[in-house]
Design a protein. Sequence first.
Length: 657
Amino acid sequence: MPDQDEIMDSDQTTSAAAPEGGSAQAQPDSALQTALRAIVMVLGALGVIMAINQQFLLNIFGFQPLGNAYLYYLIGIFLALAFLTLPATAMNPRRFWWLNIVLAIAAMGSAGWLGFHGLDIIQKGWEYDAPLGADIAASVLIVLVLEGVRRAGGPILLFTALLFGTYPLYADYMPGFLWGTEYSLVGTVRAHVLGVESIIGIPMQVVAELVIGFVIFGSVLVATKGSDFFMELASALLGHSRGGPAKVAVMGSGILGSLSGSVISNILTSGPFSIPTMRRVGYPAHYAAAVEACASTGATLMPPVMGTVAFVMASFLGVQYSSIVIAAVIPAILFYVALLFQVDMYAARRGLKGLPRSETPPIWPVLKSGWPYLLSLAVLIFVLMGLRMEARSPYYASVVMLVATAFRKETRLTLARAKGLLLDISCNIASLVAVLAGIGLVVGGLSYTGVAGAFSRELLLYAGGNTALMLIAGAVTSFVLGMGMTVTACYIFLSILLAPALVQAGLNPIASHLFILYWGMLSYITPPVALAAITAANVAGSKPMKTGFHAMRLGMPLFVLPFIFVYDPALIMEGSWLQIIERVGLTVLAIWAITSAFESWIYKVGRIGIASRIAFGAGGILVLFPELTTSLIGAAVLVGVIVVNLGLGRRRATVKA
């Protein structure tokens, strides 16, 4: 189910852009393949230029469409690209190449017609009373959107879009709080396509205004070999330490993911380097793959990019994207701290070494060679956080990166790399548009019927104000939905139904939305879906389910952290600096204790038994609670376990002597 986190790399994109049709001999002809690939690049370039024109108000050739017209044009271009790059059937992906061309033409035709009449849609109220031409174009587009979400998001997401997209047709027959305003079939189609709360609603607006720029930035980073630099930087810093390659994977994937916002492409980029290196120093294949899967999953958490969902979150909350970035910093860092603790203790318990100094690059030459990426990162953060120009920041950073990397032959954007870059950008945005246009149907169906607000009120009533019950229910729901939906789709769905109830119950709004995001992304590392773990297992040659269970174990702190920062806003940077420092320090202590219990190892103590593991883990959980008394009791338990084990260690040493 492709999200921004599940996009093909440039090599895959190149093949995906070819027409579908059997083997090489069975394909219509190579000329048609080449032509279709060229069409994909031309359409992708047109869509990107349109986005840049709209963002910077360039008025190229006097073209500066209205907001709704711009969204229709983007949907037409990138939905057409989705049909040309995503297969109609997984069983025989090359079969219906001719149908893909027909659907692409229909997408551009219907959406283009609506974009041309964008002003009429607004001024003449076509959402309520439209001419025949508008009804036909809207009907065609809604069918194409459903086919696009099937290809990009899978059957479960298609079923969800159909279920809630058609909800206005039968809302009047639903019982209790599920009752809503009923629409006719024509009225439903008009509301979804011509209204501003469905297909061209918040999800699509976020893609058009914010996400496209960050997709371009991530693709430029990979095309100019920025991923190689960040892996070398991590290797220079940590490669020689105990279990160094695993720490390199954690740090390198964390940095790379923080800029690309992509989980799967992150694994495919860094995994072929990090996983074999981990195996070489003694990590089993399944453990190495689990480490890479967890480290790459953190890309959804780690600022400054955080994937598509953070931009949607900022729009739903009505806050600047930088506010989401600031709130997510500490939880993301804590997640990676937990991973570093675990891989280090695993290495200590098994006596694993790091890479020889001769095989790790010196730090200063690496930093010198990577100045273009550090400069572009500084530009991104300065424009994003300092100038508060969130939508334009990735464009400036991308230009700086392209110019700075042009001075070296190894990183210069050659014609071949430029083609791969354009294909990568085109496929990334096409998958996003296909998914989020379909998710717009869910948003619109719940919004137009009024069920979203009623559901939140009923949930609050049934929970009796008990926020713990609501959080548990939300965690389970988000986790289950995350198995069948992309993280973005899962978040959007629950942000409409669940998040308002959490906020009305008195919880912090940003913390409530982050809570939903974190639980939705757990499906990446949790069987049976575990998409990140399965991808990493393919790279490592390990068993997917075994890798998935180890990834879930490594990511266990993520199951606990959301409950903590919901109740303790200091962990999302709300409160005095003294409160923030105190809670961060205690949380790091708690994470260390919990990971020590998981790995049966305490620093300066060594291996511990089952009773000590239970006690140490319980002490860590007590430290996590946002109450000083509970934290002090937990700290006392930790000290007691350490003292007892040190005493036992000395006794054993004496007996042995």
